[in-house]
Design a protein around this ligand. Sequence first.
Ligand code: ADP
Length: 430
Amino acid sequence: MEIFGRSRRQLAFAYALIMGIFLAVIIFVVHMAMNWSMFSEQAQELSDAANSVAEVQTFYLQNPYAAVDENRYFKTSNDRLFFYIFSDDKQLIRFERASFRIEQFVLDVIDSWNIDEGEVEVFRHSNEMGQLNTVMMTSKKIVTDNTTQILYVGKDVTALYSGLQKATYAQVFLGFVALLIASAIGYFMAGRALVPLKEAYDKQKQFAADASHELRTPLAVVMASADLLLADPSIENPFLRQVLEDLKSEVKKMTNLVSDLLMVARSDNNALKFKIQRLDLTEILKQVIRTMTPIAEKKDIRLAGEDFRKALINADEQKIKQLAIILVDNAIKYTPEGGAVLVRLEKVDNSRVVFAVMDSGIGIAPEDLDKVFERFYRVDKARSREMGGNGLGLAIAAEIVKLHDGKISVASKLGEGTKFTVELKVNLKK
Ligand code: ADP
């Protein structure tokens, strides 16, 4: 059943979407948290290193005759750490060089330094070979009584950041795999959840089919009994005769409803008997016009056929007749007295035949156009009931067209009229 398949896909999709958003948020948060913790840890190390270098340099500035021991500058030995000390007039005083790979970049950064003292900043740079280098740097002023120097301390964190990037890629990949698995599970679970619903739906369809089938016989008996009573000359009282007439007309309405219901239920169960034969659509349309003319005449409506010519198709005669009757009957029902209904053969070629039923009636509002083919849908319930309608006519018409692999469409303007167009295949095979 199409509706269950669609619901299953929609459920699985909604589930996958929620999972996708959830996973994306998790990956994003984890990435940010790792980034933040890595940055704060490295920034702390850099600040400690800067303090240590500044302390040692201050000592040597205050004790100019002490022998300089380069090893004292960094408390911990770390070959990724580097520093440069410049005098006030931008002379390089002392340094621990950054690796050759990044030194030029580091010097350029220092050259255009405009970051507050003590702030730690990450700088990225791609070299000519496309390799991305990442350094973290901070600055500190070294002030003694007679000089001011500026210290830049940095760390090559390329490996750390590229590790973080790889970890994030791995998370995205795993997230994607998890999403695929979750979608498959979601699809499977949605299918399982729909099983009882589908069973209940099938039972309900079967019930509608059985009930309408079983109702036909008693209704036929009531109808025959009413006919019998009406034929009895001993019932002379006009009131009683009227009661019998009313009874007959109500039973007739009910019989129609029951047979419509049966038709719909059978089409749901794919149990519609379908007998394809070669027939001339024009002949059927002519017959329908003949049958419906008395009804049209009662309302003073002109019912006519137009452009009729031979139109041979493969179809089920009874069903096509029923389809044409539904459309013409509606056209007459929803057209005020004195109007016109036209049945026109619009197109006949090798592959398809198109006919239309047009009226000059009340029309259908644009927002109702899509819905008129739904079961039990009636734009104006009171008017439809008054005319003997039950809202199943067009649903059955659409079903018949579908059975013939054809198309039905409607165009309408409120107050001006409606046109139903049906396209049928010439060489339908079943
Ligand atoms: P009903 O038994 O109520 O006629 P249908 O399924 O045949 O049920 O039609 C559904 C609704 O579509 C009708 O109630 C009516 O409001 C609208 N409709 C159908 N045909 C026409 C038409 N030719 N002109 C205006 N409204 C129409």
